[in-house]
Design a protein around this ligand. Structure first.
Ligand SMILES: Cc1cc2nc3c(=O)[nH]c(=O)nc-3n(C[C@H](O)[C@H](O)[C@H](O)COP(=O)(O)OP(=O)(O)OC[C@H]3O[C@@H](n4cnc5c(N)ncnc54)[C@H](O)[C@@H]3O)c2cc1C
Length: 406
């Protein structure tokens, strides 16, 4: 379709900033930019009819790291890098709550838990040992005899770094041992439980829609079904070529395509990682409320009203989950169903009907830090959110804007 003179001088007229990707990072960047400078002329390009990566397809955990995952991250990238990333996530969660009312995004601070199984149970459920993943993906069996020491250590280093709330002059502990609650919550084969009172849960599509509404109200244009094919930087800015017969000129161009980044910036340390999820029918007397992590965050579940939302198990088939496909696979869905029956629901429970299954695409790499950098003159990227993009996106956006300098 050739464009008209009217379209050329409006929709496709030169912009100050073009962002590709209408997920959390693209939207938060537009949000923060327009707050700072309401005169900016910003367009977001999104190839899906909806955002089609991870932001509306995730589990809605407002989380910043479980104990086994953070201890593994220290081994992977050192304590300082772990603290820096966790601080970005924690600050991001504060930003979300400052900008949006809890009611608007269904935010509930019911806390987050981590479940630990012992060596005996682990033999039956752990699949990661037989599946090679990238270095940031290799999980190990957490040694639960270290739990108390790790809780004390993480509280000691994280609370002052994150500046968590204080009571009587002392930082409130982030993690506590909650193993006494295992039976009350009805889990099977779980030997220890840790609680993080600072985590919550939300409706991620409501957050995306709230951001969309906020930026559009300030004049940001969002073009859906518009796929960036390539870009060329030049002295005055960037020419962006899309599937439409209308190149767009921008002074600056920011790539926020996360797991898909390599499709337009080859050579970047980002690979797609599919995450699969399901939601059950309502379960009578569901015994828990909150967000739950297991096996360094590879498995995650939460209540959605009185239904169970369960996802993960990518470490049961690393190779095939490194894909851009948004299908679900029988292998992972079966592992998740077994996990539901063998660990989450009380022994002897009737298997609930699965009402909805879906998947989304994460962006991961050799370490769990986002990439926020200049790619070419006037071209920047903010990608590779790993598994906790809900939380980290607002701060990634602020850092990307700082890099672009006005
Ligand atoms: C199943 C699953 C569960 C998760 N659970 C959680 C959770 O509970 N809590 C949490 O914090 N995080 C979770 N995550 C991670 C989180 O959702 C992501 O880190 C976050 O959404 C990434 O946001 P983003 O904006 O960087 O990327 P995305 O949301 O993926 O947005 C990128 C956008 O770019 C678009 N795009 C790509 N290429 C092009 C192109 N060439 N032209 C135009 N548009 C393009 C895509 O369609 C997409 O909409 C989960 C992820 C998955 C997949």
């Amino acid at each position: 379709m050739a464009i008209s003179i009217w379209e050329q001088t409006t929709y496709f007229a030169p912009k100050d900033l073009v962002i590709v990707g209408c997920g959390f990072v693209g939207l938060w960047t537009a949000y923060e930019a327009i707050q700072k400078n309401p005169k900016l002329n910003i367009t977001i390009l999104e190839r899906g009819v909806l955002p089609s990566g991870a932001s509306t397809r995730n589990a809605g955990f407002s989380c910043f790291g479980s104990i086994s995952e953070l201890m593994y991250d220290i081994k992977l990238m050192g304590e300082a890098a772990m603290l820096e990333t966790v601080k970005m996530r924690y600050d991001g969660l504060q930003r979300i709550q400052k900008v949006f009312k809890a009611k608007e995004i269904d935010y509930n601070q019911w806390g987050g838990y981590e479940l630990f199984e012992g060596k005996k149970s682990n033999k039956n459920t752990k699949a990661s040992k037989t599946n090679k993943g990238a270095s940031s993906e290799l999980s190990e069996l957490y040694d639960i005899s270290k739990l108390e020491t790790d809780i004390a250590y993480l509280n000691k280093i994280l609370a002052p770094a994150l500046k968590t709330p204080k009571k009587n002059g002392k930082y409130l502990p982030i993690y506590t041992n909650a193993s006494k609650d295992i039976n009350k919550l009805g889990f099977q084969g779980i030997e220890a439980l840790a609680f993080n009172q600072m985590e919550g849960q939300l409706n991620s599509a409501k957050l995306v829609l709230a951001l969309q509404k906020a930026v559009q109200a300030k004049g940001v244009q969002i073009l859906f079904s518009t796929e960036v094919k390539k870009f060329k930087s030049h002295k005055k800015g960037v020419t962006i070529t899309t599937n439409l017969d209308a190149p767009i000129e921008a002074k600056q161009f920011l790539i926020c395509t996360n797991g898909f980044a390599k499709q337009i910036i080859p050579g970047l340390d980002v690979v797609p990682a599919r995450g699969q999820v399901f939601v059950t029918e309502p379960i009578k007397n569901l015994k828990f409320k909150g967000c739950f992590h297991f096996d360094e965050g590879y498995y995650y579940f939460r209540n959605l009203g009185n239904r169970l939302l369960l996802g993960g198990a990518r470490n049961a088939d690393f190779k095939n989950e490194k894909t851009y496909s948004l299908d679900t696979s029988g292998t992972i869905q079966k592992v998740l169903e077994d996990f539901m029956m063998q660990r989450i629901l009380p022994k002897g429970s009737r298997k609930p009907k699965i009402e909805l299954r879906w998947s989304g695409t994460m962006g991961i790499g050799s370490i769990k830090k986002p990439i926020i950098e200049q790619v070419q003159p006037n071209v920047y990227c903010a990608v590779r959110m790993s598994g906790m993009g809900v939380a980290i996106a607002p701060i990634v956006a602020q850092k990307a804007l700082k890099l672009m300098k006005g």
